[in-house]
Design a protein around this ligand. Structure first.
Ligand SMILES: [Fe+2]
Ligand SMILES: [Fe+2]
Length: 279
């Protein structure tokens, strides 16, 4: 039985990926969570609750991705995948609340409602803005998410953390594929326009990922929370090893992105030019 809050569970669709269930497989017992020191349990419960709030905010982003894909007149299968992703992210929020409850020793939630501020992309045409939203949320954000979760999974040792991370990872990989599938079939003129925005949208996305508060050591790694250094290395690897070749593969001009990565992928504070291009 899940420990997620009824309000969070109420957002799940019976038509979702697992027919209204939060996870594909039943989660294992988590007795080891109760054996931890109270401070560690409280810290892990708080981390999973923050994650629940973030997942719910991503559900709102996917609502926008779905609307963008519909306006872009893509293959209905792609738009349907985006609609399913809204439910996937609500399931993730419920899963994270469940984990928080296991560490807290009792039900948690509902998670906080985070403000949702979609990027404005000022100066872009409505069509380009729709495409940028798909690229930012799916190709960029979900690829970084998959890299982060992969690193967390590698270090996770407890059955509950491994099971939860595997469930999340399976969906996030699908969500990133949605972005790549869209880009692969995007019209050539739109690909040219998107190429000009690659560096600023990547900087904006990576900036958010680098802000995540993580431990300096591996104290929580067994419970699925990687050290700062490990997570950042995974993000850098995804940048050079997945995103750069991925964007080139789908036919975008990646020369500026490659130059920026070669410079060490600096993420400056938002300057005037970036604010215009990528806010
Ligand atoms: Fe998610
Ligand atoms: Fe996702």
């Amino acid at each position: 039985m899940t420990r997620a809050h009824p309000e969070t569970l109420g957002r799940l669709s019976p038509d979702g990926r697992w027919g209204g269930a939060v996870t594909r497989r039943a989660l294992p017992p988590s007795d080891e969570a109760l054996a931890l020191a109270p401070a560690v349990r409280a810290r892990l419960a708080s981390i999973w609750m923050s994650q629940a709030a973030t997942e719910a905010r991503v559900a709102r982003s996917f609502q926008m991705v779905h609307e963008s894909l519909t306006r872009l007149d893509v293959d209905p299968a792609l738009a349907a995948l985006a609609a399913r992703a809204v439910d996937d992210e609500h399931r993730h929020a419920a899963l994270c609340e469940d984990l928080a409850g296991r560490y807290a020793g009792g039900p948690c939630g509902p998670h906080a409602a985070l403000p949702h501020t979609p990027p404005a992309h000022p100066g872009a045409s409505p069509r380009l803005r729709d495409a940028l939203f798909v690229v930012g949320q799916c190709a960029l954000n979900e690829t970084f998410a998959s890299a982060y979760l992969g690193a967390a999974y590698q270090g996770a040792r407890t059955p509950i953390a491994r099971a939860a991370l595997r469930e999340l990872l399976e969906d996030e990989i699908d969500h990133s594929r949605l972005g790549w599938a869209y880009l692969d079939r995007a019209p050539a003129d739109l690909k040219r326009e998107l190429s000009d925005w690659l560096v600023p949208v990547t900087i904006c996305n990576l900036r958010e990922w680098r802000k995540i508060a993580l431990p300096d050591d591996d104290a929580l790694a067994a419970h699925g929370v990687p050290p700062h250094e490990v997570a950042h290395a995974a993000l850098s690897e995804a940048l050079g090893g997945l995103l750069l070749p991925g964007f080139a593969h789908v036919g975008l001009d990646t020369r500026a992105l490659e130059r920026w990565i070669r410079q060490g992928a600096p993420v400056p504070e938002l300057g005037p030019e970036l604010a215009e291009r990528a806010s």
